[in-house]
Write a protein that binds this ligand. Structure first.
Ligand SMILES: [Zn+2]
Length: 385
């Protein structure tokens, strides 16, 4: 059932932090024409939820049996940073490896000189983009990214499953504040390509803000023009773009489809957890408000793990439980509340699962409805059309 991602077309990273959301995802995957990645978790998510990659896989397999789903899907070891994490993920049977390079940004590397020589003073033509590298630009790009390039090469050489193309290989450079420009993207890809390294997807940092669980914040025209450039480079080298934190970014969906001509990967992992909170808000409002109070207490701690722009203290105090899920500041905060709600070290977890299992089919409907809205606004056609 778990396969590598397709080289073309649309794939969606769905992800299920709760372990009960996948039947909802399956309902949508059966109806629309995209390649689903039901199993998609980062080490950060696994640590907070006390799960392993094996658990994630198992939960998806159980859901597939329950929903009679025999079609293909992917298994993404998301945002893997260390060699140990990569090995554990590979041993657990991932079919997609998302290499998080953030810790190798601004790091010295041995290849800096070599890359410099390869690009200095040259002009590269990618479709209508003419890319010229001045000394100043090269120094700036390499001071941030030469460590990243070296890291990717090491992973390629040290993990046979990557080199032999047994897993889809995604490079993620999105976890930074500075948007990736076209010269950086091209340089990185060109150098890797010349070294014989092929990737399947790349996640650049796009301009604007991709905050958790809420719509895109920023200049849509700027996003679009950045997307166009990144798409030209990606398709030049033959891989697809990957858009992270893609859930609820309805404002930019039409452009993603249009610019990439239906060739992209988009990750939406955490949003099915918010749908679970919706069930909690409906069925156990007092418990929901307790979760919200804990969010306020833990706001500082959240910052250690996530780039958040929300101010939960600005949220009106007299909201009804369901209204919190519509308030952008509250919604973003709640998106991250899984770090204690699903955490085995807190007593929220048992109560949360008690409610969710009791109303499981309602939960699946909520997940399906929410993801279907994503799929429709992305312009993904129904199957058989
Ligand atoms: Zn990311």
């Amino acid at each position: 059932m778990f396969l590598k991602l397709p080289e073309q077309g649309i794939s969606l990273g769905l992800g299920d932090r709760v372990g009960l959301a996948t039947p909802g995802h399956i309902k949508v995957a059966k109806q629309y024409n995209f390649f689903p990645v039901f199993a998609q978790q980062s080490i950060r998510e696994l640590n907070f939820t006390g799960r392993t990659f094996q658990d994630v896989k198992k939960d998806v397999e159980i859901a597939a049996i329950k929903e009679n789903y025999e079609d293909k899907s992917g298994f993404d070891g998301d945002h893997l940073k260390t060699d140990e994490e990569i090995q554990v993920a590979i041993d657990s049977g991932i079919t997609m490896l998302t290499l998080d390079c953030s810790e190798y940004m601004d790091v010295e590397s041995k290849i800096k000189e070599k890359v410099y020589k390869q690009f200095y003073g040259k002009t590269f033509q990618v479709k209508d983009l003419a890319l010229v590298y001045t000394q100043e630009e090269l120094e700036k790009i390499l001071s941030i990214y030469s460590g990243v390039i070296e890291r990717i090469i090491n992973i390629w050489n040290n993990f046979p499953k990557v080199k032999n193309k047994d897993v889809s290989f995604e490079v993620s450079i999105d976890e930074t504040n500075i948007p990736t420009d076209e010269k950086t993207h091209f340089l990185l890809s060109k150098y890797l390509y010349d070294e014989g390294i092929t990737i399947d997807t790349l996640a650049p940092r796009f301009p604007g803000e991709f905050q958790k669980g809420i719509d895109y914040i920023g200049n849509i025209e700027e996003f679009k023009s950045s997307l166009i450039k990144h798409y030209k480079i990606a398709s030049y080298f033959g891989y697809r773009l990957s858009i992270h934190s893609g859930s609820d970014k309805f404002a930019i969906y039409p452009y993603i489809n249009q610019v990439t001509q239906g060739n992209y990967h988009l990750k939406t992992s955490g949003t099915s957890y918010l749908q679970a909170l919706k069930i909690v808000a409906q069925k156990a409002p007092d418990f929901f408000l307790e979760i919200w109070k804990t969010c306020l207490d833990k706001r500082k701690e959240m910052d250690k793990y996530y780039h958040l722009s929300c101010d939960p203290f600005s949220v009106p105090k007299d909201l009804k439980p369901l209204e919190y899920l519509k308030n952008p500041n509250a919604r973003q905060t709640l998106h991250v509340s899984y770090m204690f709600v699903l955490n085995p070290n807190y007593d929220f977890r048992n109560r949360f699962f008690e409610i969710l299992t009791k109303y499981e089919s309602e939960y699946h409907m909520e997940v399906a409805e929410h993801i279907e809205r994503h799929v429709r606004e992305l312009g993904i056609p129904e199957r058989g059309r």
